[in-house]
Design a protein around this ligand. Structure first.
Ligand code: FES
Length: 147
């Protein structure tokens, strides 16, 4: 049985403090360098070709999708209107499904079933001279707004 001298206990405590400090450095550095709290631009650029009657296309921005059909181009933010979970598009059913509490939206983002109280948010789309799109996620538009 080891002898617990005062020196051995202090040495063990010191090793514990150094180990705890080492384990804290990485998460602390990740927290301090995180981009999550930084202000992001509300503008999303989309420069891929968008065929007429395309289905929903995912953009480079989280939760922002675009689509073109015979009425024009529209964009929506795939956030559930119940409690804000990210909604997933299922092209085979032409529906949006919320994984949190089961709300289902039709292809245009209108709620079909579940606790979602209203349609997903449509946002403004503008076309630049080169044909690419600028989606303004801070500018909400109605369900009948098409570019
Ligand atoms: S957050 Fe989507 S149904 Fe509750």
């Amino acid at each position: 049985m080891p002898e617990w001298t005062r020196r051995a206990v202090l040495r063990l405590a010191w090793v514990g403090i150094v180990a705890a400090g080492a384990l804290t450095i990485k998460p602390l550095a990740e927290y301090l360098t995180s981009n999550e709290d930084r202000v992001r631009s509300p503008l999303v650029f989309y420069d891929k070709p968008l065929d007429e009657n395309s289905d929903w296309q995912y953009t480079s921005a989280s939760r922002v999708w675009v689509k073109r059909d015979t009425s024009g181009i529209m964009a929506l933010v795939a956030t559930c209107t119940h409690l804000g979970c990210e909604v997933n598009y299922h092209p085979e059913k032409k529906e949006w499904l919320c994984p949190c509490h089961g709300s289902i939206y039709d292809s245009e983002g209108r709620p079909i079933s579940g606790p979602a109280p209203k349609a997903m948010t449509r946002v403004a789309v503008e076309r630049k001279a080169d044909g690419s799109l600028i989606i303004n996620t801070s500018k909400q538009v109605g369900l009948d707004a098409w570019l």
